[in-house]
Design a protein around this ligand. Structure first.
Ligand SMILES: CC(C)(COP(=O)(O)OP(=O)(O)OC[C@H]1O[C@@H](n2cnc3c(N)ncnc32)[C@H](O)[C@@H]1OP(=O)(O)O)[C@@H](O)C(=O)NCCC(=O)NCCS
Length: 148
């Protein structure tokens, strides 16, 4: 198995990204049109991670200085726990810094322990909780990372 390699996401990655999207977000998956729209916007930076020439993860950030917003990040389940999200997130944070953002925000489901641990390890802290943000009983945490 080759080492994971991160590169810019392109439109032809959308089918592979959709396969992962539908497996990790079964009830809230974005549509291909949403990914097309994201890739079309100048203030977005999207990346994919490949292993053996196959896309196994993706992530994107909106860069609007002074603030950047993590739009999404996901890893194919069979590749969890290998540091792939950590490396992708680092790439998103570099894109935010390069775009002169001094803070990065994100929303995460309050019950998504793996993602919260990922963000916590990268220096994000919880700044707000939005009750029923994703539906009844499904709260969101707003997390922020300041500086570079
Ligand atoms: C959250 C997610 C992206 C993590 O991807 P991953 O590649 O498995 O994560 P990594 O291996 O890079 O782990 C990085 C850090 O995240 C945390 N983490 C990841 N998985 C974890 C788990 N199962 N339990 C506890 N902490 C975990 C740890 O802090 C870890 O650092 P460590 O290995 O030094 O302890 C992945 O579980 C996923 O795709 N989930 C479904 C989609 C999703 O929820 N995306 C986030 C939406 S906001």
């Amino acid at each position: 198995m080759s080492a994971p390699a991160v590169r810019r996401m392109r439109w032809w990655d959308i089918p592979a990204v959709m396969t992962i999207e539908e497996s990790v977000f079964p009830s809230t998956a974005w549509t291909p049109a949403q990914f097309w729209s994201e890739l079309a916007q100048d203030d977005r930076a999207y990346f994919v991670t490949e292993v053996d020439g196959r896309v196994v993860a993706y992530g994107g950030v909106m860069v609007r200085p002074p603030t950047a917003d993590i739009q999404t990040i996901a890893v194919e389940p069979e590749h969890h726990g290998r540091g792939i999200a950590r490396d992708l997130l680092a790439r998103l944070l570099t894109a935010a810094e390069t775009g002169r953002c001094t803070e990065v925000l994100l929303e995460v489901r309050a019950d998504n322990a793996q993602a919260i641990a990922l963000y916590d390890a990268a220096g994000f802290t919880v700044i707000a909780r939005r009750s029923a943000y994703y539906g009844p009983g499904e709260d969101a945490l707003i997390m922020r990372r300041r500086g570079s």
